[in-house]
Design a protein around this ligand. Sequence first.
Ligand code: FMN
Ligand code: SF4
Length: 438
Amino acid sequence: MTDTLTPVLSEHWDDPECFSLASYRRTGGYRALAKALRMPPDDVIGAVKGSGLRGRGGAGFPTGMKWSFIPQGDGKPHYLVVNADESEPGTCKDIPLMMANPHVLIEGMIIASYAIRGERAFIYVRGEVLHVIRRLYHAVAEAREAGYLGSNILGSGFDLEIVVHAGAGAYICGEETGLLESLEGRRGQPRLKPPFPAIEGLYACPTVVNNVETIASVPSILANGPDWFSGMGTEKSKGFGLFSVSGHVRTPGQFEAPLGITMRELLDLCGGMRAGHRLKFWTPGGSSTPIFTEQHLDIPLDYESVGAAGSMLGTRALEMFDETTCVVRAALRWTEFYEHESCGKCTPCREGTYWLRQILDDLERGVGSEDDLGKLLDINDNMVGRVFCALGDTAGSPVVSTLKYFRDEYLEHQKRGGCPFDPAAAMLFAQSSGEARA
Ligand SMILES: Cc1cc2nc3c(=O)[nH]c(=O)nc-3n(C[C@H](O)[C@H](O)[C@H](O)COP(=O)(O)O)c2cc1C
Ligand code: SF4
C-alpha cells in the first residue's frame, strides 16, 4: 500500500524563500553532505544502490549501479553531468525543482561527485529558462561562499567545482551523448555507443550523466538511510517521484508521491477532469510514451506495470485530454515536434519523422486515405531499432498508439473530408456550455 503523497523534494516549496541557502539550511539542508563526507566513497555508492533509486530522466537505470561503473584508480579526471535539458512535451518537473530548491540539487551533486571521485561537475540546463539559469548561478555562488564547494569541502580534503552551462534549446541535447557533444562545444548529435559515458564521456573521461530529480533525491537517501527510501514505492520501482499532471484537469500541478500511485488517485487530487467533460486519453510519461485511455486509470505508475500495459513511465509527465480533443491533431502536433527536433544524423529518423508528419497532416485535413494508416505503421517499423538514439525509436509512439485505440477517428476524418472536432472547444480555458451558463 502506498501513502497518497510524500512531499520530500517539494516539502518546502510554499516557503517564499525556499530557494535560498538560509532556508535550505534551516530545514536540514547540507547535513547529508556532512554525513556522506565522513563515509568512504564506496559506502555512499552502496547506500544509493541499496535504496533502489532508479534514474528519473526517463529510462529508469539503477543510479548506484551507474556510479559503480566509473573505473577507479585510472588516473583520469571523472565528471558528473546533471541533465537539466528538460524539453520533452509535457515534462515539467526539473525546472520547478531547480527554481524552488537549487540547493538540494547542489548538495546531491557534491555527494555524487564525492562517491565517483569527481572533481568537476556540470549542470547542462536548457537555454530558454533564463530565470532558472540565474537561480542556479546564484545558488552555486552561495554554496561556494559557504564552503560547500571549492577546496577541502567541510575539512574533508575533497575538492569540487560546479559549472552551470546553458544549452541553446535543442531537445536532442537532452540525450546524454548529444548533451556531452554540446557541452564540448560541438553540434549536439548523439554518439555511437559503446563506449558508454561511464568509460568515455565528457572529454573522453569517465562520466556519470544523471537527471536533476535523480541527483536531488540523493541527499534525503543519505540523511534517512536507504531503507527509508526503499520502503516507499513498489517491488522494483522504489521511492517517490514528481508526477506532473497537465491538460484538461481542474487543478494541474506537481504531485510528489510514491511510485505505484495510480492515475485515478492523481486525477482525484486534481479535482477530476474540467467541469462537464470526460477523459479521452492520456500520456503516462510524456509525448514519446504510447498513450493510455480510461481503461488504464488503475495501473500502478511504476516502471514494470506501465511497461506491461504497453507504454513507459518515462518522466511521469501525465498529459490529460478530454473528449473535445482530436486525437489525429494531437498526434500531428507531437510529430511536428519530433520532425523539428530530429538531429538528422540517421536517415530513418530524419526522413521518417518528415513523412509521418506529412501523412498525418493530410489525414487530419481529411484528404488522406485508409492506405495511409498502413503507411504510417510501415514508416514507424523502419525507424524503430534502426537509429542512433531513442528519439527515432519513440517518435512514432503517438502515431502507433493513437491508431491502436482510435483508428475509427482517423477514418472519420476521411469520411467527412475534414476534422470532426472544433479546436476551440479543446482549448484549456474554453468554457463548457454548462459553465458558461452558470
Ligand atoms: C531525445 C532525448 C531527450 C532526452 N532528454 C532528457 C532530458 O531532458 N533530461 C534527462 O534527464 N534525460 C533526458 N533523456 C535521457 C538521457 O539520455 C539519460 O538517459 C538521462 O539523463 C540519464 O539520467 P538518469 O539515469 O538519472 O535518468 C533524453 C533522451 C533522449 C533520447
Ligand atoms: S535517431 Fe534521430 S535524433 Fe537520434 S541520432 Fe538519429 S537522427 Fe538524431
